[in-house]
Design a protein around this ligand. Structure first.
Ligand SMILES: [Zn+2]
Length: 400
């Protein structure tokens, strides 16, 4: 380079500095390449929203969860049957109406028994009607009190088996019903439906064989129409005076409480029948030894108390005085009426008086003692043992 050129370049440089040109900044840190952006995790689709459980409507309290009482009162009507059932909804059914108060050969027993029935019905019904009067058969110790019951109480409907319409007590009963405007309904082989409806948790059912036993008629006992009442896990079976032939003809299933047929007579409650019904509780409605018409019938029988006690699990209750049938009834002596060991779940009106049993539908029954004692028990029962009397001079006529 020539000297002049060098001089010009130097001059230009000095001019540049003099003009304030900023110094060149130090070199910055080399820019590090940024980390490659990692792809984000793919967005997982959200779980599908599960449909919420449909809101269940509030379940109504079941009829069995209400634990309402069903009460059955076996009245002490001597050698007869009358049992008032009060359903959980308050409706009432009277199964048989005891004997005719002025029955021949009965003495004061039938009047005393009928007066007791009327008094108890007045107290227990409290002006409520008898919604259904159910007569199992036409014998006096079941139908005899019906005429007066129909005249004394408001009755919804009368049921019987439709047989023997011309019989005096049958006619009087139907006449009393007609006079009171009470409809009469026959339950028989072709008509099994009850004239009143089932209730809450309650099913009502007639018990009629597929055909009447060979001895029906003339044996009215074997023409009995039974009544079954189911209330949740509890059930009651009434069989009137059905004897072995009709028991064999019945189609039955297990029942919790059984009214023993024919007042505990050994013509009823066969081994087979008791096995099929398999009751947990049982009631005998019978008169005391030597009382009224029971002078001629001698109910209950020792063999039945033994058999039913065994079926109920053994003798763990107070004894029941029963006829051992070693001699003919009517020739009996006190020795023929032993105190028979019995189950605490077997009651007898001859020993216990009125037997009031209550269930809440749970498959158990509890005996309810009269209000005066208020205690409720299933095991404590009166220990009174009736004293048999001597042979009556005038036994009543043949077997009802
Ligand atoms: Zn009877």
């Amino acid at each position: 380079m020539k000297w002049s050129a060098m001089r010009n370049a130097l001059a230009a440089a000095l001019l540049f500095v003099a003009a304030g040109c900023p110094p060149v900044p130090p070199p910055t840190q080399p820019i590090q390449p940024t980390q490659p952006i990692q792809p984000t995790q793919p967005i997982q689709p959200t779980q599908p929203i599960q449909p919420t459980q449909p809101i269940q409507p509030t379940q109504p309290v079941s009829d069995c969860d209400r634990h309402l009482p069903l009460r059955v009162r076996f009245y002490d009507v001597a050698q007869a049957l009358a049992a008032l059932v009060t359903l959980p909804d308050g409706r009432t059914i009277l199964v048989d109406a005891g004997d005719f108060s002025a029955r021949e050969h009965c003495g004061p027993s039938c009047k005393t028994a009928h007066d007791h029935l009327v008094a108890r019905l007045k107290a227990d019904l409290q002006d409520h009607p008898i919604d259904l009067l159910w007569i199992t058969h036409q014998h006096s110790d079941h139908m005899g009190g019906a005429e007066d019951v129909l005249k004394s109480f408001k009755v919804g409907v009368l049921v019987d088996n439709g047989l023997e319409p011309a019989r005096q007590q049958t006619k009087a009963t139907h006449d009393a019903a007609s006079a009171g405007g009470v409809p009469s309904v026959a339950i028989d082989l072709d008509h099994r439906a009850l004239p009143i409806a089932d209730g809450a948790g309650v099913h009502l059912e007639s018990l009629v064989p597929s055909k009447w036993p060979a001895d029906c008629p003339p044996n009215a006992n074997d023409c009995s129409i039974g009544l079954r009442i189911d209330y949740c896990a509890s059930s009651i079976l009434f069989t009137g005076d059905a004897e072995h032939l009709e028991e064999d003809a019945f189609t039955v299933r297990a029942a919790t409480l059984l009214q023993l047929g024919h007042h505990g007579s050994d013509t009823s409650s066969s081994d087979s029948f008791i096995h099929r019904v398999a009751p947990k509780y049982a009631v005998i409605s019978a008169g005391k030894p030597g009382e009224g018409t029971n002078r001629g019938y001698c109910h209950p029988r020792k063999s039945v108390v033994d058999r039913v006690t065994a079926a109920l699990g053994g003798a763990d209750g107070d004894p029941i005085v029963a006829f051992d049938a070693a001699v003919h009834c009517g020739q009996d002596a006190p020795a023929n009426w032993p105190a028979v060991p019995a189950s605490a779940r077997l009651w007898a009106t001859e020993r216990d008086g009125d037997v009031v049993l209550v269930t809440t539908g749970d498959g158990t029954f509890t005996r309810e003692l009269p209000p005066a004692t208020t205690t409720t028990t299933t095991t404590t029962m009166p220990t009174t043992t009736p004293t048999p009397t001597t042979t009556p001079s005038t036994p009543p006529p043949a077997q009802p």
